[in-house]
Write a protein that binds this ligand. Sequence first.
Ligand code: AMP
Length: 429
Amino acid sequence: MIRAVRGTRDLLPPETALWNYVETMVREVFRVYNFQEIRTPIFEETQLFARSVGEETDIVSKEMYTWEDRGRTASDKGQSLTLRPENTAGVVRAYIEHKLWDRGLNKLYYIGPQFRRERPQKGRYRQFYQIGAEVIGPPTAGSESPARDAELLELLATLLDRLGIADWCLQLNSVGCPNDRAAYNEALRKALEPVVSNMCVDCQRRAVTNPLRVFDCKVPEDQPIIDKLPRISHYLDEPCRNHFDEVQQILKAVGVPFTINDRLVRGLDYYTRTAFEFTHGALGAQNAILGGGRYDGLSESLGGPKAPGIGFAIGEDRLVLALQQTAESVQCKPDVYIAPLGAGMNAEAAKLARELRRQEVVVELGDETFRLKKSLETASKLGARFALIVGENEVKSGAFALKNLSTGDQVAVPRDGLTDEIRSRVQKL
Ligand code: AMP
């Protein structure tokens, strides 16, 4: 038997109803914050991720699905392509490629699959879904302002609240700018020198190539060493400190609670200044429900104009996991099961189904070969609220038997009153 590839999975009903519920709600929230949707390709040139996310990150060095595409001719070596491991790089590439600043497009959101070759476990998959947003633009448009950071964080708090995710925790840090980073990297290198030989091989390499990435280490034995390393918060220059203070002030003013976590550096190189994660207690080991931050130099590093930005990505799989308990309430069940009884009744039932569905009634159709008992059993199994019986007598008289499947009560309803009758009865349930 051929099974879904390790780390990928089929999303089946009724869970898919929850995914749709989340996406509908999210789109609604994005709309009132004036974000518009962007859809970028799921694969890009490998260079895009290497240059933005960073060569030394786990994502680029270990987790990407990369292949050499075939060239156009036998002698033509193909391009190196990669399934997107995240979507910010693609959005910023599109921003530059289509000069989106000329069109005033500076608030964009996306929903779609991402791919990372991580070790699969609950809440961690090789194909997973992210819902993300980016605010990016020329500095003259205020894209560098701490007001943008606070606005995005407030949006996230609103979104999680509206979805009914109560016990989230916003962890906030500033990872500074290239100015501070040079001094900080130097301090980290110095602090690592005497201890790095006791750390894992990845950290030994990171200590030389990109010491900030030591904070991504998950090896338990390394954690006490990492805990004692200098923190970026002591190395922020004045503009970065002021920026961070202002973000916190606005969050306090609008009433979004947060905790400062100065170990939070996020696993992608492009972040500058504000970095954040929202965690959720019920998720266990993979408790980060979303992450994001500023990336003021990303556009320039990809050959674009100066375009400071900030964004986030919500792990949709984890969001749905956190919401699983409400799955029952968003599941779609038929309002009515139409049971055609006897030869020639399939056509009559089809006519009625068409009329009702055009009036937004959720209809499931039976088959004229079923006996009434089988029809009613099928209807109950599907969770239909009512059964509508369509036999020769009913067609002749123009009134149909509508049966409440939980009480067994039955009433005769004339054809032109059917929609209203079903609607009002479903509403009363
Ligand atoms: P990142 O792009 O690494 O900042 O991740 C942002 C969010 O995406 C995380 O907080 C997770 O919720 C989610 N995420 C990242 N990697 C995975 C994965 N392999 N499986 C499921 N969700 C993931």
